[in-house]
Design a protein around this ligand. Structure first.
Ligand code: GLN
Length: 528
């Protein structure tokens, strides 16, 4: 039978609950346990695929093509697992499914209510993860902050879950913030007391409290939390700010968190194997140089919008023992003055995106990278912009465009496939998830992957229009990878360039600390 860990958050959002949950996953995996992870999101959207990055941050895509919360990216990177549709559950999904059952007549005669119907549905989804992933331990993170109206049914569900499964099979971990007041030189515990108070009101007594803090946890603060939150002193765990998120598991291990969890879950204490992880962190923390990469995007003020790209840079940097200094530029700014804004870039990356705003700036940045022979990596919309740039400025197809931005363009070099033209509903209908890509030998991409077939994840509606393939390749564009079944172009490159690669897929989603994305790794190498 599986064991269950529930992680809740208090006081405020953005405390790093996702990273804390993922780090617990890393630790338990290092003890030889089979782990799965689940994120419960209290919002009403069925999935985050329809939300914009300012609302939600990055939309992470799993191998099976589910658009999920960005925390699933942390889980995959930290625990080294592959997740799916079942590992991210939203209020929208829970209600849809309960209403569907009601219409079918499954509850015939009964009044359908939040308790027990919604809460049972939530518990069912937790158990499905244990079953499907054959997990020994399922770590479930509850989105939002304790006290939110939206998260109440989830909290009620996990309270019931413990009652049914027993104390030795379930634990509650609560992450809070201890603000530091410099004038009194004190760590304040009151917000934690209040937040735990609210949890206890609904019947949840945390087994551990993770205290996010800027300075080391004082004995006084520990004692207070223990007393007021009804928890043993040793179970008050310090979660101190770190420079590198991958250090968190190591910090938790120093606090003895894994041993304490194993004990409470009545699991035998097994030997740890964290040495690979620690070695990697040491390497990442001691760069011997740096490299300047400019990213030209649209949501650059929103730090979470390109989470997986940030992480892929960290992995690729560590592989070369350099710090990747990222400069994020608003595409509209670049459009005004490409030469000045891009000066000093050792590499230029144009990420994915949607919508017209910033398009021309991205195209200018790509032209700059092509003409100044600066290593370039284009991803998804970045690749589509590269095609447009090449068509307009090299192949002489003036006003070439994507039909996403100009439906009357004389040269629709990027357009919708027939299958996409039929699509009416926006949710979950893009080309999503993992597809194979066959690589051409003697290309930058083949050089990077060293394989004939690679699997990478997609999230887009538009594609390169095959009608222009010949015109573009005759002018020097190289098709380095295709999706063979439908003959879709997946990777383009330029021959007379030190390193110029653009992909229709998102290589950042599969990058891992010890297994950097081959394309990011070689992009950084070329930039160096
Ligand atoms: N907007 C483009 C499309 O839908 C690119 C999407 C992306 O960059 N993820 O095809």
């Amino acid at each position: 039978m599986a064991k269950y860990i529930f992680v809740t958050g208090g006081v405020l959002s953005s405390l790093g609950k996702g990273i804390a949950s993922a780090s617990i996953g890393t630790l338990l995996k290092s003890r030889g346990l089979k782990i799965s992870m689940l994120k419960l999101d209290p919002y009403l959207n069925v999935d985050p695929g329809t939300m914009n990055p300012y609302q939600h941050g990055e939309v992470f895509v799993t191998r099976d093509g589910t658009e999920t919360d960005l925390d699933l990216g942390h889980y995959e990177r930290f625990v080294g697992i592959q997740l799916s549709y079942y590992n991210n559950v939203t209020t929208g999904q829970i209600y849809s499914s309960v209403i569907e059952k009601e219409r079918r007549g499954d509850y015939l005669g009964g009044t359908v209510q939040v308790i027990p119907h919604i809460t049972s549905e939530i518990q069912e989804r937790i158990k499905i993860v244990a079953r499907r992933d054959r997990a020994e331990v399922v770590i479930t993170e509850i989105g939002g902050t304790v006290g939110d109206i939206e998260s109440l049914p989830f909290l009620e569900a996990i309270r019931q879950f413990r009652l049914k499964k027993g104390r030795e099979n379930t634990i509650f971990i609560h992450l809070t913030l201890l603000p530091y007041i410099s004038s009194s030189g004190e760590l304040k515990t009151k917000p934690t007391q209040h937040s735990v108070g609210r949890l206890r009101e609904i019947g949840i007594q945390p087994d551990f409290i993770l205290c996010r803090t800027h300075i080391p946890l004082t004995l006084e603060a520990r004692n207070k939390i223990s007393l007021f939150c009804n928890i043993e002193k040793q179970d008050v765990i310090q979660a101190i700010d770190v420079e590198n998120i991958y250090e968190v598991p190591i910090r938790f291990e120093k606090e003895g968190l894994a041993d304490k969890i194993l004990k409470k879950l009545d699991l035998s204490v097994r030997r740890r194997n964290l040495s690979e992880w620690s070695k990697w962190v040491k390497r990442a923390n001691s760069p011997g140089g740096e490299v300047n990469i400019t990213v030209v995007g649209k949501y650059v003020t929103m730090k979470d919008a390109y989470k997986s790209i940030n992480e892929a840079f960290a992995h690729a940097g560590a592989a070369h023992r350099v710090r990747v200094k990222q400069r994020w530029l608003e595409a509209e700014e670049v459009e005004k003055d490409p030469e000045n804004s891009l000066a000093g870039s050792q590499g230029i990356l144009v990420p994915g995106g949607f919508g017209l705003r910033g398009m021309e700036g991205k195209i200018r940045a790509i032209q700059y990278a092509r003409e100044h022979k600066i290593p370039f990596l284009g991803i998804c919309l970045g690749m589509q912009c590269a095609i447009i740039e090449f068509a307009r400025n090299v192949a002489g197809l003036k006003r070439a465009n994507s039909t996403e931005f100009d439906s009357h363009t004389p040269y629709p070099v990027i357009n919708l496939l027939a299958s996409q033209r039929k699509v009416k509903r926006k949710g979950g209908t893009m080309r999503l998830g993992e597809y194979p890509c066959t690589l051409q030998e003697n290309t930058f991409s083949f050089e990077a992957y060293q394989k004939e077939i690679v699997f990478e994840r997609h999230r887009h509606r538009y594609e390169i229009n095959n009608a222009f393939r010949e015109t573009l390749t005759n002018c020097g564009l190289r098709i380095a990878g295709v999706y063979p079944k439908e003959d879709l172009v997946e990777i383009i490159e330029l021959k007379d360039h030190p390193w110029y690669v653009a992909t229709q897929f998102h290589p950042e989603f599969t990058s891992r600390p010890n297994f950097p994305s081959p394309l990011f790794r070689d992009f950084i190498k070329a930039a160096l």
